[in-house]
Design a protein around this ligand. Structure first.
Ligand SMILES: [Zn+2]
Length: 484
């Protein structure tokens, strides 16, 4: 090839080349423009929102709290223009939406946050009785009951499943969101509880020497063995003829060797004899009053003669006479409220009801809580047997245990029926007075013939050298012996 030919070829080539490069550049520019247009459109429609934390789960019972958001567009902050709303129903589990809306230019933008209202709390099972329960060795455990409550489903007690084994019971339940609860009751077959022992009658008993003591015994019950009274072992005894303090111990053991004991104290008081107290003393005692027309006159005479006496009153008669008795230095003692044998001796309880009634009356009038008593008919009466056999044996002990002292008499004036004239009363009394003993005289201040005899009785006693005293809690008891 010639040199010229080479040059021509070359020129041919360089003519073609710029044509190709020109068309490629055009396409590139078009593509770039299209891409830029797309970018602008995308940019325009791109969400301005940023939601902190995104979708969230909300526990049932809690309120939705906005985690925060922002709306930025074209370099501006539109956050404050955002409108937020939600459709959450707090009473119902489920998926809800929080909507964020803002208008920028001609375009409405919206973002959504999903809120899942869930129950993530398990039910609560509550056992009645203890979680660790002792069961009587010979018995089967009896279900004491249980309860299951859920924050969302409410009462699930009926859905509780139990698995009963020898040494445990497992209670389990699931709520509608499959939250599971479980609790175990442990069973131990043992009895660590001691029996209970209860004394029949009073814990402290007093009797006067010579009266027999009948042990009222005790009863015992055990949480596992039931009534085991017949297994009580009694230790100690009472010598009712020898004054002193005696202890009786009642012991009981259940089948699991739990043991307990209680004690009763029996005080045997020195036998009161008719020679107790200061010999040559006269106690003027008046029963069944007060009574207007007799008691007031007797009080006048006692004041004039300067001697004290003892009045065993009832709920009859005017209050002011009881007040006078007390204010003028006599002893106001208790006879019973009604003095009606059928009422008073119907039962031990009936007696005390009646006694406390008159005690309250005296206390209300005088402020003095009298504990000096005389049984209607005396402690030796037999009429009470008609209403309650053995009641005097019981009352003569229980009154002492309750802190009372009772007084019978060793001289009867006969004014309850033996005589109905003043000279009869006088003779009965003075013929029985003795210098070598205490003289406890039974009279009734409701009787006019006693009223009319009393001054002469006092004068006789004074002249014969007797001294007059009223009963106090220090006065040795004068008792006749119980016949019922
Ligand atoms: Zn009487």
């Amino acid at each position: 090839m010639s040199k010229r030919e080479d040059v021509e070829d070359y020129l041919e080539d360089t003519k073609e080349f710029p044509k190709v490069r020109k068309s490629k550049r055009k396409w590139i520019i078009i593509s770039i423009i299209i891409l830029m247009l797309i970018s602008v459109v995308v940019f325009i429609f791109m969400s301005p929102f940023k939601l902190k934390k995104g979708d969230i789960k909300l526990s049932y019972g809690k309120k939705y709290k906005e985690p925060g958001y922002s709306a930025l567009k074209y370099g501006h902050d539109y956050t404050k223009k955002v409108k937020v709303s939600n459709n959450i129903n707090y009473k119902k589990l489920g998926e809800y939406k929080v909507r964020y809306k803002v208008k920028i230019g001609f375009i409405n933008y919206e973002a959504i946050r999903k809120v899942d209202l869930i129950d993530d709390e398990k039910p609560v099972i509550t056992l009645k009785g203890n979680k660790e329960t002792d069961v009587c060795p010979s018995k089967k455990y009896e279900e004491e009951g249980y309860e299951a409550k859920d924050n969302y489903d409410g009462d699930l007690t009926r859905k509780v499943k139990t698995i009963v084994k020898d040494d445990s019971i497992t209670y389990s339940v699931s709520d509608s969101s499959k939250n599971k609860a479980k609790i175990i009751r442990k069973l131990t077959y043992q009895d660590k509880v001691a029996p209970e022992i209860k004394l029949n009658g009073e814990e402290k008993v007093s009797i006067t020497a010579g009266n027999s003591f009948t042990d009222p015994l005790a009863s015992a019950t055990d949480n596992c063995d039931g009534d085991i009274s017949s297994n009580i072992v009694t230790e100690g005894s009472v010598d009712s003829n020898t004054p002193g303090e005696y202890t009786i111990t009642y012991k009981i053991k259940d089948s699991s060797e739990n043991e307990i004991s209680v004690q009763r104290t029996v005080t045997v008081l020195k036998k009161s004899s008719l020679n107790d107290g200061r010999p040559g003393t006269i106690y003027l005692t008046f029963d069944d009053g007060p009574n207007q027309g007799t008691t007031n006159v007797i009080l006048d005479i006692l004041r004039e003669e300067g001697v004290p006496a003892t009045f065993f009153v009832t709920n009859n008669g005017p209050d002011y006479l009881i007040k006078r008795e007390y204010d003028e230095g006599h002893t106001v003692a208790l006879h019973t409220a009604t003095h009606d044998y059928a009422t008073v001796y119907a039962s031990d309880d009936a007696y005390y009801r009646d006694l406390y009634s008159v005690q309250a009356r005296v206390r209300n009038i005088t402020g003095y809580n009298s504990t000096i008593i005389r049984f209607p008919g005396g402690s030796s009466n037999t009429v009470s047997r008609r209403y309650s056999p053995g009641i005097m044996s019981r009352l003569s002990q229980s009154t002492l245990a309750k802190g009372f002292k009772y007084y019978d008499w060793n001289i009867s004036s006969g004014d309850a029926g033996g005589t109905t004239i003043a000279s009869g009363v006088y003779n009965n009394v003075v013929s029985s007075l003795r210098k070598d003993r205490v003289n406890m005289i039974l009279m009734h201040d409701i009787k006019p013939y006693t009223r009319d005899a009393i001054r002469n009785i006092i004068r006789y006693g004074k002249e014969a050298g007797y001294s007059f005293e009223k009963i106090t809690m220090d006065t040795p008891m004068i008792t006749q012996g119980v016949n019922n």
